[in-house]
Design a protein around this ligand. Structure first.
Ligand code: SF4
Length: 343
């Protein structure tokens, strides 16, 4: 894989949901769920998309899947390494044609599996509908998928309710892999699972990536999980990217106060540092009416006058390490490595 080869590229992607009121459903405001997001995913790479609930990360995932059409921007997808398609403006028929190449795994595996279908039927469905294989080859592919996710052939005749949460998530992953995708969008895929099972699912995802070279967009609120899984990490706050960097430099030396605050709240292995937690003031900004200037300024311990009037651009501060903070170069922020984060 070339370092410059790109599988997915988001450029200035926005999603503003209208709020309508009155008899005539007049648009009175917009929820700026995603407000100008740029990042790339290379073939076989994992990018972690992190932020608090409501920051817009799941909306980004749904736009990549073609479930939401962006208000503005482009989502370029090049699954075959040759021709790229803009998912943002693609016709429904083009989205359907791309569907095998980009698949999604959801938070709640039970809700995403049809309780009236056996595991064999669940795995066969996408293969039959998309006319990928039939007959003996269909059964071979189903058995291959079951083996890939660490389940047994004898599980194929059972229904979803007969499995644990972790096993159900394995079935969801197997179904998502059925059509040989190039990109898997995983939206909080482990947050409904026990901690011990979370680790198994993450290890499974890494093994699959090694075996078939799949790329992941791993959406999570959990910095610890994302650290072990992602090559690069995107941090979002109220619809915007505030920091974007390779995993290790980010954890070693964050360049945005929001990232520092999130890291300070990760459990530490050094008891003397427990008191260093940064408690963020107030609630996340309202995406209907975000504050002027830097959207983080009402909660930021480092805010200065300029922060309440001028929007900070997302700038490259170090090679490949971008921050949307006016003072990214001069602040000496503390990362997980110095805090002894237990992740
Ligand atoms: Fe804080 Fe100002 Fe940087 Fe925003 S721009 S993160 S308010 S210091």
């Amino acid at each position: 894989m070339s370092e410059t080869e790109v599988l997915l590229e988001l450029t200035d992607v926005k999603k503003h949901f209208p709020i309508r009121k009155g008899v005539f459903k007049k648009v009175v405001a917009h929820v700026k769920a995603v407000d100008g997001v740029n990042f790339t995913i290379r073939p076989g790479e994992t990018v972690g998309l992190v932020g608090e609930s409501g920051c817009g990360k799941s909306t980004v995932g749904r736009m990549i899947m073609g479930a939401y059409r962006p208000t503005a921007g482009h989502i370029w997808f090049k699954p075959d390494g040759k021709q790229r398609t803009d998912i943002a403006s693609a016709e429904p028929s083009e989205i359907r044609a791309l569907r095998p190449y980009v698949q999604m795994v959801f938070q709640d595996p039970f809700a995403s599996l049809n309780p009236r279908m056996t595991i064999r039927e669940i795995l066969a469905e996408p293969l039959v509908v998309n006319k990928v294989v039939r007959g003996r080859a269909l059964e071979d592919r189903i058995r291959e998928l079951v083996e890939l996710v660490g389940l047994k052939i004898q599980h194929l005749g059972r229904y979803p309710h007969a499995f644990s949460g972790g096993q159900r998530q394995r079935i969801s992953i197997a179904r998502a892999l059925a059509l040989y995708p190039r990109l898997l969008v995983a939206d909080e895929p482990t947050s409904a699972l026990d901690v011990s099972v979370q680790a198994q699912i993450v290890n499974l995802a890494l093994e699959i990536q090694d075996r078939i070279g799949l790329a992941y967009l791993f959406i999570s609120h959990d910095l610890g999980l994302v650290r072990h899984f992602s090559k690069r990490i995107v941090l979002m706050y109220v619809g915007k990217i505030v920091e974007y960097a390779p995993a290790e430099p980010l954890f070693n030396r964050p360049l945005h106060p929001y990232t520092e605050a999130l890291m300070s709240n990760v459990p530490t292995t050094r008891p003397e540092l427990v008191g260093r937690r940064i408690i963020l003031k107030g609630e996340p900004a309202d995406p209907i009416n975000p504050p002027a200037g830097c959207p983080f300024h009402p909660r930021c311990n480092y805010a200065q006058e300029i922060c309440s009037t001028v929007v900070p651009e997302l700038r490259e501060i170090e090679p490949g390490h971008l921050s949307a903070c006016h003072f990214a170069e001069s602040l000496n922020l503390t990362g997980c490595d110095a805090l002894g984060c237990a992740i």
